[in-house]
Design a protein around this ligand. Structure first.
Ligand code: ZN
Length: 472
Protein backbone atom coordinates (compact mmCIF):
# COMPACT_ATOMS: atom_id res chain seq x y z
CA UNK A 1 0.00 0.00 0.00
CA UNK A 2 1.22 3.44 -0.74
CA UNK A 3 2.76 5.07 2.28
CA UNK A 4 1.73 8.65 1.81
CA UNK A 5 -1.99 8.05 1.65
CA UNK A 6 -3.47 9.58 4.75
CA UNK A 7 -6.61 8.36 6.44
CA UNK A 8 -8.13 11.77 5.82
CA UNK A 9 -7.63 11.66 2.09
CA UNK A 10 -8.84 8.08 2.01
CA UNK A 11 -12.07 9.09 3.71
CA UNK A 12 -12.42 12.11 1.47
CA UNK A 13 -12.34 9.91 -1.58
CA UNK A 14 -14.93 7.45 -0.38
CA UNK A 15 -17.71 9.39 -2.05
CA UNK A 16 -16.28 8.83 -5.52
CA UNK A 17 -14.67 5.50 -4.79
CA UNK A 18 -14.61 3.39 -7.92
CA UNK A 19 -15.72 -0.23 -7.54
CA UNK A 20 -12.26 -1.66 -8.15
CA UNK A 21 -10.76 0.25 -5.24
CA UNK A 22 -13.13 -0.94 -2.55
CA UNK A 23 -10.30 -2.63 -0.67
CA UNK A 24 -7.77 0.17 -0.86
CA UNK A 25 -7.62 3.84 0.02
CA UNK A 26 -7.87 6.25 -2.87
CA UNK A 27 -6.82 9.83 -2.28
CA UNK A 28 -8.41 12.91 -3.78
CA UNK A 29 -5.28 13.24 -5.93
CA UNK A 30 -5.68 9.66 -7.17
CA UNK A 31 -9.30 10.35 -8.05
CA UNK A 32 -8.26 13.46 -9.95
CA UNK A 33 -5.61 11.51 -11.86
CA UNK A 34 -8.27 8.98 -12.81
CA UNK A 35 -10.62 11.74 -13.93
CA UNK A 36 -7.93 13.19 -16.22
CA UNK A 37 -7.23 9.70 -17.58
CA UNK A 38 -10.92 9.03 -18.22
CA UNK A 39 -11.38 12.36 -19.99
CA UNK A 40 -8.45 12.00 -22.36
CA UNK A 41 -9.21 8.35 -23.20
CA UNK A 42 -12.63 9.55 -24.41
CA UNK A 43 -10.95 11.80 -26.99
CA UNK A 44 -10.24 10.02 -30.28
CA UNK A 45 -6.84 11.57 -30.90
CA UNK A 46 -5.91 9.38 -33.87
CA UNK A 47 -4.35 10.86 -37.00
CA UNK A 48 -6.86 12.74 -39.13
CA UNK A 49 -9.54 12.99 -36.43
CA UNK A 50 -8.58 16.50 -35.37
CA UNK A 51 -9.04 15.81 -31.66
CA UNK A 52 -5.52 16.50 -30.34
CA UNK A 53 -6.05 20.30 -29.99
CA UNK A 54 -9.14 19.65 -27.83
CA UNK A 55 -7.12 17.34 -25.61
CA UNK A 56 -4.30 19.87 -25.35
CA UNK A 57 -6.82 22.59 -24.45
CA UNK A 58 -8.34 20.41 -21.72
CA UNK A 59 -4.93 19.61 -20.19
CA UNK A 60 -3.84 23.25 -20.44
CA UNK A 61 -7.04 24.23 -18.61
CA UNK A 62 -6.35 21.73 -15.80
CA UNK A 63 -2.79 23.01 -15.38
CA UNK A 64 -3.90 26.65 -15.31
CA UNK A 65 -6.63 25.84 -12.77
CA UNK A 66 -3.90 24.34 -10.59
CA UNK A 67 -1.95 27.59 -10.60
CA UNK A 68 0.35 27.44 -13.62
CA UNK A 69 0.70 30.88 -15.20
CA UNK A 70 -0.99 31.44 -18.55
CA UNK A 71 2.30 32.32 -20.23
CA UNK A 72 3.84 29.04 -19.03
CA UNK A 73 1.21 26.81 -20.63
CA UNK A 74 1.33 26.93 -24.38
CA UNK A 75 -0.56 25.09 -27.12
CA UNK A 76 1.26 24.97 -30.46
CA UNK A 77 -1.00 24.15 -33.39
CA UNK A 78 0.38 22.27 -36.41
CA UNK A 79 -2.21 21.41 -39.07
CA UNK A 80 -4.91 19.25 -37.52
CA UNK A 81 -2.82 18.42 -34.48
CA UNK A 82 -1.05 20.29 -31.70
CA UNK A 83 1.64 20.12 -29.04
CA UNK A 84 1.46 21.25 -25.43
CA UNK A 85 4.38 22.80 -23.57
CA UNK A 86 4.03 23.60 -19.88
CA UNK A 87 6.83 25.05 -17.78
CA UNK A 88 7.04 24.45 -14.05
CA UNK A 89 9.27 27.31 -12.98
CA UNK A 90 12.02 26.56 -10.53
CA UNK A 91 13.87 29.01 -8.32
CA UNK A 92 17.06 28.48 -10.29
CA UNK A 93 19.00 27.73 -7.11
CA UNK A 94 20.79 24.72 -8.59
CA UNK A 95 21.97 26.66 -11.64
CA UNK A 96 21.07 23.58 -13.67
CA UNK A 97 19.41 23.49 -17.06
CA UNK A 98 15.75 22.38 -17.39
CA UNK A 99 14.51 18.79 -17.62
CA UNK A 100 11.95 17.85 -20.28
CA UNK A 101 9.14 15.38 -19.60
CA UNK A 102 7.85 13.74 -22.76
CA UNK A 103 4.61 12.03 -23.70
CA UNK A 104 2.46 11.93 -26.82
CA UNK A 105 -1.23 12.82 -26.95
CA UNK A 106 -2.10 11.01 -30.18
CA UNK A 107 -2.98 7.33 -30.47
CA UNK A 108 -3.06 4.69 -33.17
CA UNK A 109 -6.69 4.61 -34.29
CA UNK A 110 -8.99 1.86 -33.07
CA UNK A 111 -12.17 0.64 -34.71
CA UNK A 112 -14.94 0.40 -32.11
CA UNK A 113 -16.61 -2.41 -34.07
CA UNK A 114 -13.50 -4.59 -33.70
CA UNK A 115 -13.12 -4.08 -29.96
CA UNK A 116 -15.02 -5.93 -27.27
CA UNK A 117 -15.47 -2.61 -25.44
CA UNK A 118 -15.66 0.96 -26.71
CA UNK A 119 -11.99 1.95 -27.17
CA UNK A 120 -12.84 5.61 -26.55
CA UNK A 121 -14.41 5.13 -23.17
CA UNK A 122 -12.36 4.10 -20.15
CA UNK A 123 -13.76 0.82 -18.88
CA UNK A 124 -12.67 -1.01 -15.75
CA UNK A 125 -13.12 -4.76 -15.94
CA UNK A 126 -11.45 -7.79 -14.33
CA UNK A 127 -8.72 -5.70 -12.73
CA UNK A 128 -7.82 -3.82 -15.92
CA UNK A 129 -8.53 -0.46 -17.49
CA UNK A 130 -9.43 -0.90 -21.17
CA UNK A 131 -9.27 1.81 -23.84
CA UNK A 132 -7.15 3.03 -26.72
CA UNK A 133 -4.08 4.71 -25.29
CA UNK A 134 -4.31 3.34 -21.73
CA UNK A 135 -0.67 2.27 -22.07
CA UNK A 136 0.47 4.04 -25.24
CA UNK A 137 0.72 6.77 -24.10
CA UNK A 138 -2.20 8.42 -22.30
CA UNK A 139 -1.20 7.01 -18.94
CA UNK A 140 2.06 8.91 -19.37
CA UNK A 141 0.15 12.09 -20.26
CA UNK A 142 -2.27 11.75 -17.33
CA UNK A 143 0.49 10.80 -14.91
CA UNK A 144 2.76 13.75 -15.73
CA UNK A 145 -0.18 16.16 -15.70
CA UNK A 146 -1.43 14.99 -12.30
CA UNK A 147 2.14 15.03 -10.93
CA UNK A 148 2.65 18.67 -11.97
CA UNK A 149 -0.75 19.62 -10.52
CA UNK A 150 -0.13 17.80 -7.25
CA UNK A 151 3.38 19.18 -6.73
CA UNK A 152 2.07 22.69 -7.42
CA UNK A 153 -0.66 22.19 -4.84
CA UNK A 154 1.90 20.95 -2.29
CA UNK A 155 3.84 24.17 -2.82
CA UNK A 156 6.85 22.32 -4.23
CA UNK A 157 9.37 24.66 -5.88
CA UNK A 158 11.96 22.86 -8.02
CA UNK A 159 15.57 24.05 -8.09
CA UNK A 160 15.48 24.13 -11.90
CA UNK A 161 12.74 24.40 -14.53
CA UNK A 162 10.71 21.31 -15.40
CA UNK A 163 8.99 21.30 -18.78
CA UNK A 164 6.13 19.10 -19.92
CA UNK A 165 6.45 18.46 -23.67
CA UNK A 166 3.43 16.65 -25.12
CA UNK A 167 3.61 15.89 -28.83
CA UNK A 168 0.63 15.43 -31.14
CA UNK A 169 1.69 12.99 -33.87
CA UNK A 170 4.20 10.51 -32.50
CA UNK A 171 2.33 7.60 -34.07
CA UNK A 172 2.41 9.14 -37.56
CA UNK A 173 4.70 11.80 -38.97
CA UNK A 174 6.29 13.30 -35.81
CA UNK A 175 6.05 16.80 -37.27
CA UNK A 176 5.22 18.27 -33.85
CA UNK A 177 8.11 16.33 -32.33
CA UNK A 178 10.62 17.68 -34.83
CA UNK A 179 9.35 21.24 -34.32
CA UNK A 180 9.64 20.95 -30.54
CA UNK A 181 13.12 19.43 -30.69
CA UNK A 182 14.17 22.32 -32.94
CA UNK A 183 12.98 24.93 -30.41
CA UNK A 184 16.15 26.36 -28.84
CA UNK A 185 14.40 26.87 -25.49
CA UNK A 186 13.65 23.14 -25.30
CA UNK A 187 16.86 21.92 -26.94
CA UNK A 188 18.70 23.76 -24.15
CA UNK A 189 17.45 21.21 -21.62
CA UNK A 190 20.01 19.09 -19.82
CA UNK A 191 18.12 15.88 -20.63
CA UNK A 192 14.63 14.53 -21.27
CA UNK A 193 12.64 11.82 -19.56
CA UNK A 194 10.17 9.97 -21.76
CA UNK A 195 7.02 8.24 -20.46
CA UNK A 196 6.61 6.45 -23.79
CA UNK A 197 9.40 3.91 -23.29
CA UNK A 198 11.05 1.96 -20.53
CA UNK A 199 9.23 0.40 -17.63
CA UNK A 200 9.18 -2.63 -15.41
CA UNK A 201 8.43 -6.26 -16.17
CA UNK A 202 6.68 -8.61 -13.80
CA UNK A 203 7.24 -12.32 -14.07
CA UNK A 204 4.32 -14.73 -14.57
CA UNK A 205 4.07 -14.96 -10.76
CA UNK A 206 3.65 -11.18 -10.47
CA UNK A 207 7.11 -10.71 -8.95
CA UNK A 208 9.24 -7.94 -10.43
CA UNK A 209 11.91 -9.14 -12.84
CA UNK A 210 13.68 -6.03 -14.12
CA UNK A 211 13.10 -2.32 -14.71
CA UNK A 212 14.59 -1.03 -17.96
CA UNK A 213 15.40 2.56 -18.93
CA UNK A 214 15.43 3.18 -22.69
CA UNK A 215 18.64 5.03 -23.62
CA UNK A 216 19.01 4.32 -27.33
CA UNK A 217 16.99 3.37 -30.39
CA UNK A 218 17.94 1.48 -33.49
CA UNK A 219 17.21 3.28 -36.74
CA UNK A 220 14.15 2.12 -38.64
CA UNK A 221 14.73 2.00 -42.39
CA UNK A 222 12.90 0.47 -45.36
CA UNK A 223 14.70 -0.42 -48.59
CA UNK A 224 13.11 -1.30 -51.90
CA UNK A 225 14.68 -3.94 -54.14
CA UNK A 226 13.36 -3.74 -57.70
CA UNK A 227 13.92 -5.99 -60.70
CA UNK A 228 12.74 -4.72 -64.07
CA UNK A 229 12.34 -6.54 -67.37
CA UNK A 230 10.91 -5.84 -70.84
CA UNK A 231 8.28 -8.52 -70.15
CA UNK A 232 6.17 -9.99 -72.93
CA UNK A 233 3.56 -12.69 -73.49
CA UNK A 234 3.63 -15.47 -70.91
CA UNK A 235 3.30 -18.09 -73.70
CA UNK A 236 6.84 -17.15 -74.71
CA UNK A 237 8.96 -17.24 -71.53
CA UNK A 238 12.42 -15.66 -71.71
CA UNK A 239 15.46 -16.67 -69.68
CA UNK A 240 15.50 -13.44 -67.69
CA UNK A 241 12.43 -12.74 -65.58
CA UNK A 242 11.82 -9.97 -63.03
CA UNK A 243 10.25 -12.34 -60.50
CA UNK A 244 13.03 -14.95 -60.71
CA UNK A 245 15.68 -12.23 -60.59
CA UNK A 246 14.11 -10.67 -57.53
CA UNK A 247 13.66 -14.06 -55.85
CA UNK A 248 17.38 -14.75 -56.31
CA UNK A 249 18.17 -11.34 -54.83
CA UNK A 250 15.98 -11.94 -51.79
CA UNK A 251 17.70 -15.27 -51.17
CA UNK A 252 20.97 -13.34 -50.89
CA UNK A 253 19.41 -10.90 -48.41
CA UNK A 254 18.22 -13.86 -46.39
CA UNK A 255 21.78 -15.00 -45.76
CA UNK A 256 23.23 -11.52 -45.25
CA UNK A 257 24.60 -11.14 -41.73
CA UNK A 258 25.78 -7.78 -40.47
CA UNK A 259 28.80 -7.53 -38.18
CA UNK A 260 28.31 -7.97 -34.44
CA UNK A 261 28.13 -4.63 -32.63
CA UNK A 262 27.70 -3.41 -29.09
CA UNK A 263 27.72 -0.22 -27.08
CA UNK A 264 27.81 0.85 -23.47
CA UNK A 265 24.06 0.40 -23.18
CA UNK A 266 23.73 -3.04 -24.69
CA UNK A 267 26.76 -4.32 -22.76
CA UNK A 268 25.29 -3.07 -19.47
CA UNK A 269 21.94 -4.59 -20.33
CA UNK A 270 23.54 -7.96 -21.17
CA UNK A 271 25.57 -7.96 -17.95
CA UNK A 272 22.46 -7.33 -15.84
CA UNK A 273 20.04 -9.50 -17.82
CA UNK A 274 22.57 -12.33 -18.02
CA UNK A 275 23.03 -12.30 -14.26
CA UNK A 276 19.30 -12.58 -13.57
CA UNK A 277 18.57 -15.05 -16.42
CA UNK A 278 21.35 -17.50 -15.67
CA UNK A 279 21.71 -20.69 -17.73
CA UNK A 280 23.37 -21.04 -21.07
CA UNK A 281 21.94 -17.80 -22.47
CA UNK A 282 22.75 -15.83 -19.32
CA UNK A 283 26.35 -17.05 -19.48
CA UNK A 284 26.67 -15.98 -23.11
CA UNK A 285 25.33 -12.51 -22.22
CA UNK A 286 27.81 -12.05 -19.42
CA UNK A 287 30.70 -13.26 -21.60
CA UNK A 288 29.70 -10.93 -24.44
CA UNK A 289 29.27 -7.97 -22.06
CA UNK A 290 32.87 -8.47 -20.94
CA UNK A 291 34.29 -9.19 -24.37
CA UNK A 292 32.35 -7.72 -27.30
CA UNK A 293 34.67 -9.58 -29.70
CA UNK A 294 33.32 -12.89 -28.40
CA UNK A 295 31.39 -13.74 -31.55
CA UNK A 296 30.38 -17.19 -30.33
CA UNK A 297 28.54 -15.70 -27.36
CA UNK A 298 27.02 -13.02 -29.60
CA UNK A 299 25.63 -15.76 -31.86
CA UNK A 300 24.22 -17.63 -28.89
CA UNK A 301 22.38 -14.45 -27.85
CA UNK A 302 21.13 -13.82 -31.39
CA UNK A 303 19.74 -17.35 -31.54
CA UNK A 304 17.11 -16.32 -29.00
CA UNK A 305 14.20 -14.53 -30.72
CA UNK A 306 13.85 -12.07 -27.81
CA UNK A 307 17.39 -10.78 -28.29
CA UNK A 308 17.99 -11.29 -32.01
CA UNK A 309 18.06 -7.54 -32.67
CA UNK A 310 20.42 -6.64 -29.85
CA UNK A 311 23.77 -7.64 -31.33
CA UNK A 312 23.72 -6.31 -34.88
CA UNK A 313 21.82 -4.54 -37.63
CA UNK A 314 19.07 -6.77 -38.98
CA UNK A 315 17.27 -6.71 -42.33
CA UNK A 316 14.31 -8.81 -43.36
CA UNK A 317 12.03 -9.02 -46.40
CA UNK A 318 8.53 -7.90 -45.44
CA UNK A 319 6.53 -7.23 -48.63
CA UNK A 320 6.41 -8.22 -52.27
CA UNK A 321 4.70 -6.92 -55.36
CA UNK A 322 5.22 -8.21 -58.86
CA UNK A 323 3.65 -8.57 -62.30
CA UNK A 324 0.57 -6.95 -63.80
CA UNK A 325 -1.41 -9.85 -65.28
CA UNK A 326 -1.60 -13.63 -64.88
CA UNK A 327 -0.78 -14.13 -68.56
CA UNK A 328 2.05 -11.59 -68.96
CA UNK A 329 5.76 -11.77 -68.18
CA UNK A 330 6.43 -9.48 -65.23
CA UNK A 331 7.88 -6.05 -66.05
CA UNK A 332 8.67 -5.27 -62.44
CA UNK A 333 9.07 -7.13 -59.18
CA UNK A 334 9.65 -5.28 -55.92
CA UNK A 335 10.45 -6.38 -52.40
CA UNK A 336 10.44 -4.26 -49.28
CA UNK A 337 13.29 -5.04 -46.93
CA UNK A 338 12.92 -3.63 -43.43
CA UNK A 339 16.11 -2.93 -41.51
CA UNK A 340 16.77 -1.98 -37.88
CA UNK A 341 20.13 -0.31 -37.94
CA UNK A 342 22.47 -0.55 -34.97
CA UNK A 343 23.64 2.87 -33.71
CA UNK A 344 26.99 3.71 -35.27
CA UNK A 345 26.13 2.29 -38.70
CA UNK A 346 24.82 4.63 -41.41
CA UNK A 347 21.82 4.14 -43.67
CA UNK A 348 24.14 4.29 -46.66
CA UNK A 349 26.38 1.55 -45.27
CA UNK A 350 23.33 -0.68 -44.99
CA UNK A 351 22.20 0.16 -48.53
CA UNK A 352 25.66 -0.73 -49.85
CA UNK A 353 25.71 -3.96 -47.87
CA UNK A 354 22.36 -4.95 -49.38
CA UNK A 355 23.52 -4.08 -52.90
CA UNK A 356 26.77 -6.01 -52.42
CA UNK A 357 24.96 -9.04 -51.05
CA UNK A 358 22.56 -9.04 -54.01
CA UNK A 359 25.53 -8.66 -56.37
CA UNK A 360 23.35 -8.03 -59.41
CA UNK A 361 23.51 -4.60 -61.01
CA UNK A 362 20.10 -5.08 -62.59
CA UNK A 363 18.48 -5.00 -59.15
CA UNK A 364 17.95 -1.46 -57.91
CA UNK A 365 18.33 -0.98 -54.15
CA UNK A 366 16.93 2.25 -52.78
CA UNK A 367 16.12 3.63 -49.38
CA UNK A 368 12.54 4.73 -48.74
CA UNK A 369 11.87 8.10 -47.08
CA UNK A 370 14.51 9.58 -44.82
CA UNK A 371 15.32 7.32 -41.89
CA UNK A 372 16.09 9.11 -38.64
CA UNK A 373 19.43 8.15 -37.17
CA UNK A 374 19.80 9.02 -33.50
CA UNK A 375 22.77 8.78 -31.14
CA UNK A 376 22.74 6.79 -27.92
CA UNK A 377 22.22 8.63 -24.63
CA UNK A 378 25.06 7.73 -22.26
CA UNK A 379 23.74 6.37 -18.94
CA UNK A 380 23.64 9.11 -16.26
CA UNK A 381 24.06 8.27 -12.62
CA UNK A 382 21.66 10.98 -11.44
CA UNK A 383 18.87 9.80 -13.75
CA UNK A 384 19.35 6.10 -13.05
CA UNK A 385 19.55 6.81 -9.32
CA UNK A 386 16.32 8.80 -9.32
CA UNK A 387 14.51 6.19 -11.38
CA UNK A 388 15.79 3.42 -9.12
CA UNK A 389 14.47 5.29 -6.08
CA UNK A 390 11.00 5.52 -7.65
CA UNK A 391 11.05 1.86 -8.72
CA UNK A 392 12.33 0.61 -5.36
CA UNK A 393 9.59 2.50 -3.50
CA UNK A 394 7.25 -0.05 -5.06
CA UNK A 395 9.52 -2.97 -5.85
CA UNK A 396 12.55 -2.99 -3.55
CA UNK A 397 15.69 -4.56 -4.96
CA UNK A 398 14.54 -4.77 -8.58
CA UNK A 399 17.51 -4.35 -10.94
CA UNK A 400 17.37 -1.11 -12.94
CA UNK A 401 19.14 -1.37 -16.30
CA UNK A 402 19.41 0.63 -19.52
CA UNK A 403 18.42 -0.80 -22.91
CA UNK A 404 18.32 -0.09 -26.60
CA UNK A 405 14.94 -0.24 -28.34
CA UNK A 406 14.31 -1.42 -31.87
CA UNK A 407 12.68 2.01 -32.49
CA UNK A 408 11.16 4.48 -32.43
CA UNK A 409 9.79 7.11 -30.12
CA UNK A 410 9.81 10.91 -29.87
CA UNK A 411 13.08 10.43 -28.00
CA UNK A 412 15.10 10.06 -31.22
CA UNK A 413 14.41 13.65 -32.31
CA UNK A 414 15.45 15.05 -28.95
CA UNK A 415 18.61 12.91 -28.99
CA UNK A 416 19.45 14.29 -32.43
CA UNK A 417 18.89 17.82 -31.06
CA UNK A 418 21.52 17.10 -28.41
CA UNK A 419 19.17 16.33 -25.52
CA UNK A 420 20.01 12.91 -24.02
CA UNK A 421 16.70 11.11 -23.54
CA UNK A 422 15.76 8.33 -21.16
CA UNK A 423 12.53 6.32 -21.38
CA UNK A 424 11.31 5.64 -17.86
CA UNK A 425 7.59 4.84 -17.92
CA UNK A 426 5.84 4.38 -14.58
CA UNK A 427 4.19 1.25 -15.93
CA UNK A 428 5.24 -2.02 -14.33
CA UNK A 429 3.33 -5.01 -15.63
CA UNK A 430 3.53 -8.46 -17.11
CA UNK A 431 4.81 -8.86 -20.66
CA UNK A 432 1.56 -10.56 -21.70
CA UNK A 433 -0.51 -7.53 -20.65
CA UNK A 434 1.00 -5.44 -23.45
CA UNK A 435 -1.51 -4.74 -26.23
CA UNK A 436 -0.29 -1.36 -27.42
CA UNK A 437 -1.44 -0.55 -31.00
CA UNK A 438 -3.54 -3.72 -30.95
CA UNK A 439 -7.03 -4.77 -29.93
CA UNK A 440 -8.31 -4.39 -26.38
CA UNK A 441 -5.34 -2.37 -25.10
CA UNK A 442 -5.32 -2.63 -21.33
CA UNK A 443 -3.52 -1.48 -18.21
CA UNK A 444 -3.74 -3.29 -14.86
CA UNK A 445 -5.62 -1.08 -12.38
CA UNK A 446 -2.87 -1.74 -9.83
CA UNK A 447 -0.25 -0.48 -12.28
CA UNK A 448 -2.28 2.72 -12.77
CA UNK A 449 -2.49 3.61 -9.09
CA UNK A 450 0.88 2.11 -8.19
CA UNK A 451 2.66 4.39 -10.66
CA UNK A 452 1.14 7.70 -9.62
CA UNK A 453 4.04 8.53 -7.29
CA UNK A 454 6.70 7.53 -9.81
CA UNK A 455 7.28 10.97 -11.33
CA UNK A 456 7.07 12.96 -8.13
CA UNK A 457 9.80 10.80 -6.58
CA UNK A 458 11.99 11.27 -9.66
CA UNK A 459 11.35 15.02 -9.77
CA UNK A 460 12.14 15.49 -6.08
CA UNK A 461 15.38 13.57 -6.57
CA UNK A 462 16.48 15.52 -9.63
CA UNK A 463 15.07 18.94 -8.86
CA UNK A 464 14.28 19.07 -5.13
CA UNK A 465 16.07 21.82 -3.26
CA UNK A 466 18.75 20.51 -0.94
CA UNK A 467 17.36 20.14 2.56
CA UNK A 468 13.83 20.77 1.32
CA UNK A 469 13.48 17.72 -0.88
CA UNK A 470 11.15 15.47 1.03
CA UNK A 471 11.51 11.75 0.99
CA UNK A 472 8.49 10.10 -0.57
ZN1 ZN B 1 3.84 5.55 -27.85
Amino acid sequence: MRARLSTASAVLALASLPAFAADRPISADDARALEIFRTIISMRTAEGRGQVPAMAAYLAGELKKAGFAKKDVEIRRTGETAALVARYRGDGSSGKKPILFLAHMDVVDALPEDWELNPFELTEKDGYFFGRGVTDNKYGVANLTQTFIRLKKEGFVPDRDLIIVFTGDEESSMVTTRALAADPALAAAEFALNTDAGGGSLGPDGAPFVYAVQAAEKTYADFELTATNPGGHSSRPRPDNAIYDLAAAIEKVRSLRFPVMSNEITRQAFAATGASLGGDLGKAMIAFSKNPKDIKSAERIAADPAYVGMTRTTCVATQLKAGHAPNALPQTATANVNCRIFPGMTVDEVRSALANAVGDERIAVKVIDEPTVSPISPPREDVLGAVAKAVHARYPGTPVITYMESGGTDGMHFRIAGVPTYGASAIVMKEEDGFAHGLNERLPVDAFFGGLEHWSIIIKELAGRKGVSSAP
